[in-house]
Design a protein around this ligand. Structure first.
Ligand code: AMP
Ligand code: MG
Length: 313
């Protein structure tokens, strides 16, 4: 009897240890949730939220005191000295711009600000204004001075928007922090962009569900072990005018929301910043060009087309 009770207690303890300890916060304009699986790791959750909040204060183009806003205000006028972390991220964004053949364009800020999608007060901007800003976003440059750690935007009609890589970057920072702190198992979910730290169990990988763009449950699941699944979809933020839906992912060549054949793009990879840039870029490039780029880079992905074809790479 005693033995049976002991066994039951041990089983209960094992079950409770594998239950996630989860907390949620509204940060970076989205719901962020962190789960750990050991009671001793619970304190790390608050530290993760503190890190997220400090990242947001540094890189949000919407906060007027952020380092990105300071660079944007000085566009066409002068260079701005920034923290080492922000400098590295902007440098990375320049590399990712090249890697994605311009589909991810960090200088798209004036265009996204003009559309202001997600503000609740949107309307389609003037065509001439969009075209003017598209030319500037294409021709403007980001000048980086490594020695002085300064950033200079050459064109006053451009501004930085790192929204397409911000959540991926933040989850890379958090996963590195958790690993450094000895947390062997955790789940980071920043508005649907997931980073799984460690393995789920000895036998099983993490199963991450991918949301159906029409809001009806999941269209598939992917299995991962220690890495990110980052998704871009036209359903995340949008508004409707005269029966037409305008979403938040812009074609840098036109300045209008991308009108292509993909409705959801998920990138599966250890480097979440890369995954985030690619999720946006593949969405912009569309099925054919997107598959070409992903194959060239050897990166895994799940694409959903408008006619509901699921492509797993
Ligand atoms: P994501 O959800 O990662 O695809 O990022 C979308 C966000 O990135 C948008 O809300 C914009 O702020 C910004 N964005 C939209 N289109 C682009 C683009 N072509 N290149 C870079 N950033 C973009
Ligand atoms: Mg992205």
């Amino acid at each position: 009897m005693k033995k049976a009770l002991l066994l039951l207690l041990t089983i209960l303890l094992l079950v409770s240890c594998s239950e996630p300890i989860r907390q949620d916060r509204l940060l970076m304009g989205t719901n962020c949730s962190i789960s750990v699986f050991a009671k001793s790791d619970e304190e790390r959750i608050q530290e993760c939220f503190d890190i997220l909040s400090s990242i947001e204060k540094r890189i949000s183009a919407k906060l007027s005191e952020s380092e990105i806003s300071k660079i944007n205000k000085a566009a066409g006028k002068e260079s701005v000295r920034v923290s080492e972390e922000t400098f590295k991220l902007i440098k990375r964004s320049v590399e990712l711009h090249k890697l994605t053949k311009g589909a991810f364009n960090p200088l798209i800020g004036k265009i996204t600000a003009l559309w202001n999608i997600g503000s609740g007060d949107e309307k389609v901007p003037e065509k001439a204004e969009i075209e003017f800003l598209v030319t500037h976003a294409r021709e403007g440059e980001i000048v980086l001075d490594e020695a002085n750690q300064t950033v200079y935007l050459t064109d006053e009609y451009t501004s930085l928007d790192l929204g397409a890589i911000g959540k991926g970057y933040a989850s890379d920072v958090l996963s590195a922090f958790l690993e450094k702190e000895g947390v062997s198992k955790a789940l980071i979910n920043l508005g649907g962009n997931v980073y799984a730290v460690g393995k789920k169990s000895k036998k099983a990988n993490w199963k991450i569900g991918l949301r159906n763009p029409d809001g009806n449950g999941l269209f598939t699941t992917v299995e991962i072990e220690d890495g990110a699944v980052v998704t871009s979809g036209a359903y995340e933020r949008y508004f409707i005018q005269d029966g037409v839906k305008y979403h938040h992912i812009m074609d840098p060549d036109t300045g209008y929301p991308v009108n292509l054949d993909l409705t959801s793009v998920s990138i599966i990879c250890e480097d979440a910043t890369l995954a985030d840039a690619l999720s946006t870029a593949v969405f912009v490039l569309g099925k054919e060009e997107g598959i070409k780029l992903l194959t060239e880079l050897g990166v895994n992905a799940v694409l959903l087309t408008r006619d509901k074809e699921i492509i797993k790479l």
